[in-house]
Design a protein around this ligand. Sequence first.
Ligand SMILES: Nc1nc2c([nH]c(=O)n2[C@H]2C[C@H](O)[C@@H](COP(=O)(O)OP(=O)(O)OP(=O)(O)O)O2)c(=O)[nH]1
Length: 163
Amino acid sequence: MTADSDSPQQYPHEYEFRTQVVGAAVLNDPRRPTHFLAAQRAYPEFLRGMWEFPGGKTDPEDSSCQSALIRECSEELDVDIELHDEIPGPHPQGWPLKETAAMRVWTASVVDGELMLGPQYDGSDHLELRWIPLDDRGDAARDLEWIPADLPIVDALLARLHV
Ligand SMILES: Nc1nc2c([nH]c(=O)n2[C@H]2C[C@H](O)[C@@H](COP(=O)(O)OP(=O)(O)OP(=O)(O)O)O2)c(=O)[nH]1
């Protein structure tokens, strides 16, 4: 089966994506969010410079997608997060990214630790972490060069946050 990021609905529910990815829409304040966190990928080369939700692939040792996401954020961002609501995608495995991978996404907030924003970030996964304002029409979010498969997720996040 082939599909591009503009037509995720063409994957039937029984289709199985081999790779399960998880991502966090980290909010600055879960009750009255004004910003969410975007991360700029450092690798692989074809994704370098594009923006994404922090997260990664689930491991067989993860007991759930949720615990995988908490683990990934601890490894990548060096903070503890708690998860809030899932942003449901069109498939049980979440949002199709490509033929072999789909991503489940949750809103989240930092409960322990300090995010290293901007040039202070010294991890290897990202070039930069940035708080993106949830401004009137979501322009600041939509203006970033997202990984193309993330665009419907950004729209769903903005709609959920009434932006
Ligand atoms: N984390 C993340 N990955 C995304 C997003 N959108 C998207 O297409 N992807 C893709 C990029 C990668 O092919 C895959 C996730 O891989 P990753 O490299 O972040 O996962 P990981 O940290 O577990 O990676 P590794 O151990 O294999 O290096 O999903 C997104 O918003 N966040």
